[in-house]
Design a protein around this ligand. Structure first.
Ligand SMILES: *[C@@H]1O[C@H](CO)[C@@H](O)[C@H](O)[C@H]1NC(C)=O
Ligand SMILES: *[C@@H]1O[C@H](CO)[C@@H](O)[C@H](O)[C@H]1NC(C)=O
Ligand SMILES: *[C@@H]1O[C@H](CO)[C@@H](O)[C@H](O)[C@H]1NC(C)=O
Ligand SMILES: *[C@@H]1O[C@H](CO)[C@@H](O)[C@H](O)[C@H]1NC(C)=O
Ligand SMILES: *[C@@H]1O[C@H](CO)[C@@H](O)[C@H](O)[C@H]1NC(C)=O
Length: 381
């Protein structure tokens, strides 16, 4: 991951040495120390916000800024979209931080973010050109404050837009989302039902949706989170450092009667995952060496690898570097395979409330109903 940076720095070191042929050893030593410092800085930077782990930055990011996608206005872009059905209204809440606005957020804005009915970036500092909103204090936006940022982000979104949208997607600034496929899945559901979709995981016998893979709340789920869970510390963890954002969210939602719908079970006749906590190629390679054990242990559904890993109507991929976002844009929305004909597509049938309850019964939350009484729990409780 740091190879590119390492190479640049070695070149830098070499140039320095050739210019100052005296004191070569001293300078080399100095440069090494400098590289080390930079590296440490970069790693710290890498965990500054969102669930992103340190992905080294691209040196050519500024070349994207002027791309045609980036310079097209949101309204222009939406006019170009041809929806086959009137889509539900999806608000996308993307977590970012000041350091990542240029590095990541702007590329979400220039690619998939434009397909959201409403795109809101939440951060610890405003940045108007992209619609980035400050929802936590300037010193409260680091990775350790992720739980607070998510809570405050949802509070902001609920206060400002709660009534105007049907579905609320939470994603990171290094997630790539195929909004059309999200509509496809959601079209079977009514946003007035309390629902929570994503890649289901399990820890301490508590189910929740992976945060990095992104998850979706119905309007009713968000209403319950805000009215019945937020601020009720006995059933929903309060703001604190080092909170486990996705795990906490799962606890809060279960305690207010929200139904968990793992994406492997969300669409009839399609039992493959649609939200991915890793980059998609980790699953596509037939050997499962790229699947870490923690994921295998925490996943609720069996992990398949190879071309059958993933739904043909997949929705979200985590750990997407900015360059990848443009690659996916190209492959999904531009590239044609000459002579290819798709068979007719159908939207899934809409479930009734009783069908939904039967398919996706509420989790047994007796162990987490009072967080002070939890027998086995993470350290930070
Ligand atoms: C959470 O964020 C709010 C808004 O910035 C702030 O007032 C509060 O102190 C934060 N709480 C913690 C524990 O960081
Ligand atoms: C999870 O539940 C099972 C049985 O329901 C129990 O044996 C196990 O100890 C529990 N594990 C944790 C971590 O709570
Ligand atoms: C990989 O596949 C092997 C053989 O099927 C299995 O035993 C192992 O648990 C898998 N590991 C992971 C991390 O999925
Ligand atoms: C996914 O697409 C491939 C290629 O078109 C097709 O062979 C496969 O049957 C599809 N899978 C499902 C479950 O429809
Ligand atoms: C829920 O779990 C608790 C303990 O884990 C158990 O005693 C209780 O019977 C379970 N309730 C249902 C409805 O399964």
């Amino acid at each position: 991951m740091t190879t590119a940076k390492g190479k640049t720095m070695t070149k830098f070191a070499w140039q320095l040495r050739s210019q100052l042929h005296l004191l070569t050893g001293f300078i080399a030593g100095f440069v090494c120390a400098f590289v080390l410092l930079l590296h440490i800085y970069d790693v710290r930077n890498g965990i500054n916000c969102s669930t992103t782990t340190a992905i080294s930055s691209s040196s050519s990011i500024s070349s994207f800024i002027g791309s045609s996608a980036a310079s097209m206005s949101l309204a222009q872009f939406k006019n170009e979209l041809q929806w086959k059905v009137p889509p539900a209204r999806v608000l996308c809440m993307v977590l970012t931080c000041p350091e990542y606005v240029e590095r990541y957020a702007q590329h979400v804005y220039a690619t998939w973010g434009r397909r959201c009915t409403k795109l809101v970036f939440v951060s610890s500092e405003d940045y108007e050109p992209l619609g980035v909103v400050q929802v936590v204090d300037a010193d409260g936006g680091s990775y350790h404050d992720l739980w607070n940022k998510t809570r405050e982000g949802f509070r902001h979104v609920w206060q400002e837009y709660g009534e105007e949208y049907d579905w609320f997607l939470k994603a990171d600034d290094d997630t790539y989302v195929i909004i059309e496929n999200l509509h496809h899945m959601l079209s079977a559901y009514d946003a007035n039902m309390p629902l929570y979709f994503g890649y289901q995981m399990r820890r301490y016998n508590v189910s929740y949706m992976s945060g990095g893979a992104s998850y979706v709340l119905s309007r009713e789920a968000l209403r319950r989170f805000m009215k019945q869970a937020y601020g009720f510390d006995q059933i929903c963890p309060e703001a604190r450092k080092m909170g486990i954002e996705d795990f906490y969210m799962g606890i809060c939602l279960q305690n207010v009667g929200v139904h968990l719908i793992d994406s492997t079970r969300a669409v009839a006749d399609d039992d493959k995952p649609k939200f991915f906590p890793l980059d998609v190629e980790s699953f596509l390679y037939k050997s499962n060496e790229s699947i870490p054990t923690w994921l295998q242990e925490m996943s609720v559904s069996e992990i398949d690898t190879g071309l059958n890993c993933c739904s043909n109507y997949s929705i979200a991929f985590h750990y997407t570097k900015p360059e990848r976002m443009y690659l996916y844009e190209f492959l999904l929305y531009h590239l044609r395979v000459f002579g290819q004909k798709w068979s007719a597509e159908q939207l899934p049938r809409r479930w009734t409330f009783s069908e939904m309850v039967e398919m996706y019964p509420l989790e047994n939350n007796s162990e987490i109903l009072d967080l002070r009484q939890m027998s086995e729990k993470p350290d930070n409780f």
